[in-house]
Design a protein around this ligand. Structure first.
Ligand code: 13P
Ligand code: ZN
Length: 287
């Protein structure tokens, strides 16, 4: 059933597990996530970014996902990931998203609060949940997460600022920066669990871990035990999907049946989503 992000995450927060939030770009990826969630009887969040909307078209994504979600027996939220513009966030709300992220983490605390509050006002009036981010989650291949650890530290979420941010902005979930980064890590990611515990002690709403691809399962489990309730995965899914395509092409470089190609890619991705759901501890939580 199509469900608000808040409803799904509040239950996870109360019962100390996390919900997998999976980035999708096309029909096969959407089906992979929903099929894995149903096999595991787990609540799930499907999320799309601005570049995905540019690629696939807003209504193609929202109509397809909300339709499948309404027919499914597991709770499913449709989330706009890393929204940066007011206009596109409003368009997502109007086209049926049940959750949106306003990512104004590149601005000062005051500016972040101001931009986030604008979205919260409209979204909450429509029954749509809001995620925001404080601290910077960088690109694993970008200029950060490198030699100088104090540089990384400066981007981490400050617990006291997080408390102020959540109280003033009125958001439903908060993305944190604790050593996580988007994309393929260049060095083994080292999460700052102490920082996470400090944030969770002051901030009672569900916390979100971006950049979960490439983080060791035990570290993910520990992060969840210490207050993470939404685990965002994209790169590992793209990898599984493209591995499936490669496998078919390697067997027959002339293969042109898109159902064979897409079908194998979908199977590969479904398996990875199921593994992530196991790690999140959300198996059977749809019941
Ligand atoms: P990864 O691509 O590193 O898994 O990050 C996903 C993410 O944070 C989506 O918002
Ligand atoms: Zn992210």
């Amino acid at each position: 059933m199509l469900t608000s992000g808040k409803e799904i995450l509040t239950k996870a927060n109360r019962q100390n597990y996390a919900v997998g939030a999976f980035n999708v770009n096309n029909m096969e990826q959407i089906q992979a996530v929903i099929s894995a969630a149903e096999q595991k009887m787990a609540p799930v969040i499907l999320q799309v970014t601005e570049s995905t909307i540019k690629y696939a078209g807003l209504f193609c994504l929202s109509d397809f996902i909300t339709n499948l979600a309404e027919k499914s027996f597991v709770p499913i939220a449709l989330h706009f990931d890393h929204g940066t513009t007011y206009d596109l966030i409003i368009q997502c709300i109007r086209s049926g998203f049940t959750s949106v992220m306003i990512d104004a983490s590149m601005f000062s605390l005051d500016e972040n609060i101001k931009k986030t509050k604008e979205i919260v006002k409209v979204a909450h009036a429509c029954g749509v949940s809001v995620e925001a981010e404080l601290g910077r989650v960088s690109e694993a291949e970008g200029p950060y997460f490198n030699e100088n650890e104090s540089e990384d530290d400066a981007m981490f979420t400050d617990p006291t600022e997080a408390e102020t941010f959540v109280n003033e902005a009125g958001i439903d979930s908060l993305g944190v920066s604790i050593g996580n980064a988007h994309g393929k890590y260049r060095k083994v990611p080292c999460l700052n669990f102490e920082r996470l515990r400090e944030i969770k002690a002051l901030v009672k709403i569900p916390l979100v871990l971006h950049g979960a691809s490439g983080i060791a399962p035990d570290d993910l489990r520990l992060a969840i035990r210490n207050g993470i309730n939404k685990v965002n995965t994209d790169t590992d899914l793209k990898q599984a999907f493209s591995d499936g395509l490669r496998e078919i092409f390697l067997a027959n470089s002339e293969e042109c049946d898109v159902r064979k190609l897409g079908g194998r890619a979908r199977e590969k991705m479904t398996e990875v989503v199921k593994e992530k759901i196991n790690i999140c501890g959300s198996t059977k939580m749809a019941l």
